[in-house]
Ligand binder design. Sequence first.
Ligand code: SER
Length: 582
Amino acid sequence: MKAIEIRNKYLNFFKEHGHSVIPSAPLIPENDPSVLFTTAGMQPLVPYLLGQNHPKGTRLTNYQKCVRTNDIEEVGDNRHLTYFEMLGNWSLGDYFKEESIAMSFEFLTKELGIPAEKLSVTCFAGDEDCPRDNVSAESWKKAGISEDHIYFYGKGDNWWIAGEEGPCGPDTEMFYDTGKPACSENCQPSCDCGKYVEIWNNVFMEYFKNKNGYSKLKQKNVDTGLGLERMAMLLQKKETPFDTELFLPIMKKLEELQKIDSIESRRIVAEHLRSSMMIISDGGRPSNLDRGYVLRRLIRRMIRHLNKLQINLDDLSTLINLNVETLKEMYSEIEENKQIIKTVILEEKNKFIKTLANGEKEFQKEINKLTQTKKISGQVVFKLYDTYGFPPEVTKELAQENGYDIDLKEFEELFKQHQEKSRQGSEQKFKGGLAEQTEETIAYHTATHLLNAALKKVIGKDAHQRGSNITVDRMRFDFNCDHKLTEEEKKEVEDLVNKWIKEAIPVTKQEMKKEDAINSGAECMFVEKYPDIVTVYSIGDISKELCGGPHVSNTKQLGKFKIKKEEASSSGVRRIKAILIK
Ligand code: SER
């Protein structure tokens, strides 16, 4: 079964079971510096898991584009991917364990045709925070899993939370038995030998964790995630995701073009190219900071492995074209953004090859100096990064090829110091900006809250803020919307904002616990970004948002609001430029 068929079956199945299909959020959470990429389907849904009403109801499903980069170095083996697609379904205070498990079982056995005896499941064993999950185990038995295929593990295996703080709970995981011989008498789903492959994770989110410990959420949620590439690999009886239709065309092409054979390098090129293309398509650009730096590392590592395969870098264009053809069936945006994807990757390639040869020479010089040790110091790794643009994993690979190791810890220390310095630099700039905060920018800031509220009234609750930018002479606002606004809609939005301005509504400020703020229905673009105690700005009962301010004290100070332009920003996102006339 092809990946796209699995995706379609999944979404249809959950649709038939009362779920609304919602779009994938972009890989890059806009204007949120606190998370690099979307790493799970639940991430954009946090406000709803915490109790806010979702406009599409209490049962949701989607496919979500995800990037996880903690394992970049592992890519090249037979399973790690930085980009993957997660199929998910959610209950927002609707069904819970038994129904969720019954649906998962039905989907796996009936829709995908996996025999029940190939499945094993794991449940939470219980501890002082949360009791043993017998309900899940019983539900599995009832669904058709035999008792000897049910395992219990502790928090390390059967508890899910994104990061340190947030909604969380025990989970139940489903494993597929590949039929490989057991590695020992003790071989179990938790074992790493490859016999059991995890395919799906259902999280029963009824807790919230913060520094003070666990508390119960307002509602019991279900959050599930199924890795598409892995499922395609298993159903197609392939050993690795690189043997599925998602990667085969490019893997074959690389084999055709290569002059030196290396399966590892081919996988790295294929994986990093796909990941980079997806990130660029969603607006990512290479840089030396945060997510831009991840993208830079992906592209540069890919270039070095093209070099290792002795593939002419002029062929990169062909490889991108080929990948567009492979990916467009699943991600139409890849075809729409083909040109920009190409430009970004080729520009980054040109930047890197300028320094690559010199960096490699420098590297040789440095290792020639080493007589007593086989370890390259963090300082040298940093110099190669800083002067020649070598990501550390590139230096590490070079080192390993020559029988050396690197002091990654020391590098990371130096890198942190360096990033800290540039961050201070930009904070300085930012502070400067705030110091220059003018009456105009403050007024635009309040107008932004009004516009946000007006769009929700005119377009619908789904019109979430996706970005905002203010200068002394205009405001710019990005929001979710699947269509170009009509003249009527624009006028309605404008009229509404002007009506609120005329009504001379006071703007009030309140400090409260983040949890209480969210529970009270305050708008918040990125819940994780805020500290425990937050400031909430309210404009009568029109708008309530988590926000650092500052704002005007009364809407009458804004003048007349006028929309100057309405245009597309990216797929599913519209942009409004507006001014205030005093
Ligand atoms: N959030 C859970 C995970 O990432 C289920 O989707 O595994």
